[in-house]
Design a protein around this ligand. Structure first.
Ligand SMILES: [Zn+2]
Length: 261
């Protein structure tokens, strides 16, 4: 998949006319239809005036290639975190509300559950063995103070997920550290849940989270891995310096694109 072309298709090309004469000549082309400038992201020539101009050092930092792919993956992860946070906060709110109507709901539960019994028996469904009923009963029978603590715990957890999601979305290094630490702390709980019952959803969540931790640790060189921050910055710097430079030269193994007529 060509991330550069996909992104240009969605957000448009980024053309820039550097003040430096040599560099300018390498990004510029004359066509019968007028001038064309080379896109800093995908490398195609685009007809028309450049989007910006100035010294090469002030050229917009364009994410391309691997950096662009990384950004897309991190933002998908961010969306997943935010969606999960909203579910957790909704649960926290419901439990908080429910805590006040504790007695009424407990009475309702005890009165209505027997009504379901004949139906359940016809379906050969044992209500007393049902994990859903068991969970509901545990929550309902919990003391008000316990429920308040559960709601508060969920609230904190939900906020942490939002912080993680925002950090990842903004592609911040602290967001990556935050995600690795928070996700790692959750892994033992997920493994413990698997020892209770193995479901497709639980196995899937565990695999995604382990993959996310490894991906962040290795590609972002967190905690000094693979040369750490210095190597990470050097890699980025090299890539962004290359952008302007390589945009004007033929990448190895690729035929030179002709200016779009
Ligand atoms: Zn482009």
């Amino acid at each position: 998949m060509d991330w550069n072309l996909r992104t240009c298709g969605r957000r448009g090309h980024i053309t820039y006319a550097p003040d430096e004469e040599q560099l300018r000549a390498r990004l510029h082309a004359r066509t019968p239809l007028g001038e064309a400038w080379r896109c800093l992201r995908c490398g195609d020539y685009v007809l028309g005036r450049p989007r910006g101009s100035g010294p090469a050092d002030n050229a917009p930092e364009v994410m391309r290639g691997r950096a662009l792919r990384d950004a897309v993956i991190l933002r998908l992860l961010a969306v997943e975190r935010i969606a999960r946070a909203l579910l957790i906060l909704a649960a926290a709110y419901l439990i908080w509300r429910f805590r006040a109507h504790h007695d009424a709901i407990q009475r309702g539960f005890n009165e209505d559950l027997p009504l379901l019994r004949p139906l359940a028996e016809k379906l050969h469904y044992n209500l007393d063995q049902s994990s859903i009923v068991h969970t509901l009963r545990t929550v309902i029978e919990a003391r008000t103070a316990t429920l308040a603590a559960v709601a508060l715990g969920l609230l904190v957890y939900g906020i942490l997920q939002i912080v993680e999601g925002v950090g990842l979305w903004m592609l911040k290094r602290w967001g990556e550290y935050f995600a690795v630490v928070a996700t790692s702390l959750g892994l033992p709980i997920e493994i413990y849940e698997l020892t209770e019952k193995i479901t497709v959803f639980r196995v899937g969540a565990l695999i995604i989270n382990i993959a996310a931790v490894l991906y962040l640790l290795l590609t972002k060189r967190l905690f000094g891995l693979r040369g750490g921050k210095a190597a990470y910055e050097a890699e980025r710097h090299e890539a962004s310096l290359l952008e302007v430079e390589a945009a004007g030269t033929v990448p190895p193994g690729r035929p030179q694109r002709q200016p779009v007529p």
